[in-house]
Design a protein around this ligand. Sequence first.
Ligand code: MRU
Length: 368
Amino acid sequence: MAGSEQLQAIRYRRGHLELLDQRKLPHETTYIDIKDAAAGWTAIQDMVVRGAPAIAIAAALALAVEVERLKPVSGNGLAAVNFLKNRLDYLVSSRPTAVNLADAATTLLKLSQKAADEGADAAAVYETYLEGAEKMLDADVASNKAIGAFGADALLQGSTASGNGMRVLTHCNTGSLATSAYGTALGVIRALHAQGKLETAICTETRPYNQGSRLTAFELVHDKIPAVLVADSAAASMKSLGRVDAVVVGADRIAANGDTANKIGTYSLAISAFHHGVPFYVAAPLTSIDTAIKSGEEIIIEQRSPKELTHAHGGQGTQIAANGVGVWNPAFDVTPARLITGIITDQGVITKAANSDVFDIPAFIAES
Ligand code: MRU
């Protein structure tokens, strides 16, 4: 991919969806044609596309491509809604932890149901679905830009960094490859860089799937943002040496009290940040918040294939572990709210009341 080209995980025009095969990055830039919900499900499950917002948009658009072919078929609006519900339920089952996909499915189904209730026939219901899914792509970019702006302000306000700008550590990949463009936590880093207030982005490898070394490092180099790659296990030491001014990570699901599920390893980064007095922020759109759950205890954590640990390159490479060893490979962990300084959303930054260990997210949503 040429340096000047914008990184795009999702390429869409009506009737056509292509997903960048992120399993092949940073070596190869190959797009896969997605023709229906089944192909979308497999692409999400196999990590062709990953990252909570990107998964939601890719799923919605995979079904949009299928629906575009069905539009000429005449029929009853309610039958079309039933078809959409069935396909959306199936897509939601592809990866369980991130809430964005379930949230997108609920929104699109409600829109389609409303159209049918108002008398739309199947073609009109499908058109409503298509327009709703297409809007999500643009809305995500706007939401990421807002997160970037709010986040840069929040980090700078709490910063004691020198005149050279901030040194900000991030985990996993939350950039253009994990969203429709720009990114959430990486969007905050992009915004700081654009303002001339970033000394260095520090990205962790993010074992075992290496989203940090394969994807975030690639994005940072591509965008010429000064960056340092560290092993996950080096992050605590770096903080102890005073070389990290803030940590900002993404989220897959945030409970009503602020407990946050994100890529495995986030919890240990939060513990070491807390220990060394380094501000620790979560950056995510409001669609990553699940107010239906009170705390992180209710979040279902996806377990992934042992091969991601026993074999190099996310399970695609040479075997590196002894045959017969047991493996525990959770894709995510939950960071308790008490370790989180603030939650940067597209509607502003959520903070905790004085003397409280948790966030009151429903109150923030009601006011925003
Ligand atoms: O398993 P992945 O690569 O989908 O995990 C991604 C993360 O954990 C991200 O931090 C999260 O989805 C936010 S992406 C903006």
